[in-house]
Design a protein around this ligand. Structure first.
Ligand code: UD1
Ligand code: M6R
Length: 365
């Protein structure tokens, strides 16, 4: 079943041009987005006072990646909840809210308990899942299947990118009645069909990521700094590295750097800074300057053609990725980090598909 691949995680990473194609199949029609599972509820969603995303792990990160675009197109405040924390706090949910539950398996205990809790409040409950017939799909009022195909590796990879694309399409469908965002929507809808091709392009970095993994395999720790659309990329990249490569890794909001993390920086600790082109680019350039001034061991992820200019004195390692529309860039940017986590795991001699202590779906609290 693994075909020419050594591990399911590796197969699933390389499958992403195909899984993204199936995620979008039949859903882009005549310049608009059609999500069969949501169309009867779009009006209710548009009138909600707040959209709340609920999930765990990678599914939470996917929602975080798509959040800025959903806020932009809907004009509705979008808040984020880790399922366990929502339950611990018994955070208030109202009938005027739309609660969106994101889960690859559709069977994660914390997410399902949070769904039970939200259903009692009278809020519209929407599911985003990869599993037809799952408890999540059955108990939500409506939703969208991500159609990424069966994911076997415990580390979620192709489901993450398909979840981002589905939530992005959901934002486009919710915003479809607004004239003021029409040209923005059209420009994104027009680029969606070309995304799998860009994913194929970034997958060619496999060899380069293996080399990078060789240079990092003995490290104790790895930091990843991102912001804006790619704050989620930093969290998700670090989650991959810790869960499969069993290396300490933390994803951080670059805007918080001076509020603590900067104290960690020295010439030994490797730091990946995501600085692809978007509205946050100049802020990330100044983060790089500050890390450089403290002799940080920098690895910069940048847009193609920027390698020579992003590094002060040409001193750091770079990962050049193809540029896509800002809200879709997280789909591209996570892929080198998935590849890095994969190669680190193989080089460090750990189990790729069954990391110790973890289960594919966490059905107990
Ligand atoms: C559906 C069919 C698809 C068919 C297409 C043709 C299914 C599962 N999907 O896809 O095979 O090709 O019509 O138009 O039969 N739902 C939830 N909660 C969730 C996820 C989904 O309630 O978490 C509901 C949706 O609201 C919808 C149904 O499940 O009623 C199917 O969702 P989805 O597969 O996303 O719908 P389509 O893309 O229209
Ligand atoms: O099936 P779900 O999407 O609900 O799972 C949520 C998390 O358990 C899951 O994403 C976990 O963090 C993965 N092992 C990450 O790769």
């Amino acid at each position: 079943k693994k075909g020419n691949y050594d591990h399911f995680m590796q197969k699933e990473i390389h499958e992403q041009p195909h899984s993204l194609t199936t995620t979008m199949r039949g859903r882009l029609r005549d310049g608009s987005v059609v999500l069969g599972g949501l169309k009867d509820n779009l009006k209710t969603i548009r009138h909600s006072r707040r959209i709340i995303f609920v999930g765990c792990g990678t599914s939470y990160n996917a929602a975080l990646a798509a959040r800025p675009f959903l806020e932009e197109l809907s004009g509705i405040p979008v808040t984020m909840e880790l399922a366990s924390d929502l339950l611990d706090r018994q955070g208030p949910i109202y009938r005027e809210d739309t609660a969106v539950f994101v889960s690859q398996s559709g069977e994660t205990a914390d997410t399902l308990l949070a769904l039970e809790y939200a259903l009692k409040s009278g809020a519209l409950c929407v599911g985003i899942t990869n599993t037809v017939g799952s408890t999540l799909a059955r108990k939500t009022h409506c939703g969208v299947h991500i159609n990424a195909g069966c994911e076997i590796g415990v580390a979620s990879t192709k489901a993450y990118t398909s979840q981002i694309v589905v939530i992005t399409m959901m934002a486009l469908a919710i915003g479809a009645d607004s004239l003021s965002t029409q040209s923005r929507r059209e420009s994104i809808i027009n680029t969606l069909p070309g995304l799998p091709e860009k994913v194929s392009e970034v997958l060619k970095l496999d060899g380069e990521m293996k080399d990078l993994a060789e240079s990092l395999m003995e490290m104790q720790s790895l930091l990843v700094f991102g912001r804006g659309y790619n704050y989620a990329t930093a969290l998700e990249g670090a989650l991959k590295v810790k869960e499969v490569a069993l290396m300490h890794s933390e994803g951080m909001l670059a805007g918080e750097m001076k509020h603590g993390p900067l104290a960690l920086v020295d010439e030994t600790l490797p730091i990946i800074v995501i600085a692809t082109r978007d509205a946050c680019f100049s802020q990330q350039q100044s983060v790089i300057q500050q890390l450089y001034a403290r002799n940080g061991r920098l690895i910069v992820m940048c847009s193609k053609g920027d390698a020579a200019s992003v590094c002060p004195g040409g001193s750091c390692r770079t990962i050049e990725v193809p540029r896509v529309a800002d809200c879709l860039q997280p789909v591209i940017n996570i892929i080198p980090l998935q590849l890095l986590a994969y190669h680190l795991t193989v080089l460090r001699g750990f189990d790729v598909d069954q990391p110790r202590n973890l289960a594919k779906s966490v059905t107990t609290q």
